[in-house]
Design a protein around this ligand. Sequence first.
Ligand SMILES: [Zn+2]
Ligand SMILES: [Zn+2]
Length: 196
Amino acid sequence: MKLFQAKRGGAVAGFETGTGVVMRAAPILKLAAVPLADAVTDLQSRGWLIQRVVPYSGQVVPWNQEGGAVHVRHEPFDVYIGRKGHGYDHRPEAGMFGNPVTRNTPCTVCGEEHTRRGSTLDCYEVWVKAAVQRDELFQQAVTSLHGLRLGCFCGAHKACHGHILHDLATELAAPAEDDDVLDSVLGVLAKVSIAT
Ligand SMILES: [Zn+2]
Ligand SMILES: [Zn+2]
């Protein structure tokens, strides 16, 4: 899945990332894996314009746009994160990022019944953090939300599971800080070089 693209003159090249690491960037990068931030800095210093490619829709947005939860009807959004059955089911990501903890029904996380608006969010946070641990594909999907505008029905200034998703995506997309993890990543890193 192409998540980023670099443009220079008439040339366009796509590249993808796992958890903050560029995995494949042929033909402009001759390497297996580098940290995303390093690849972007290097490409920019060589005159490449970096853009984000929105997963699911393929829409192209600025690399450095401000991501976060926005209202689906009032602001432009990149990925729909609400539940299915609310008018956005035509989108391929529909339901994938919805909050599975619903109100007025026994919660699968805490066993209680949540009634107040926003009261499911603590349990959602517990659920989503466990979900990215046990499901690698879901973890990649959440990571890909980093820097994107997440459309929900709450809006940027209200309690929304989108804020939790956005923070988690940012955390997952950041290069590993733990030395042991970093060492194992560095084992497969190569210096960025540009083929053209
Ligand atoms: Zn709960
Ligand atoms: Zn919301």
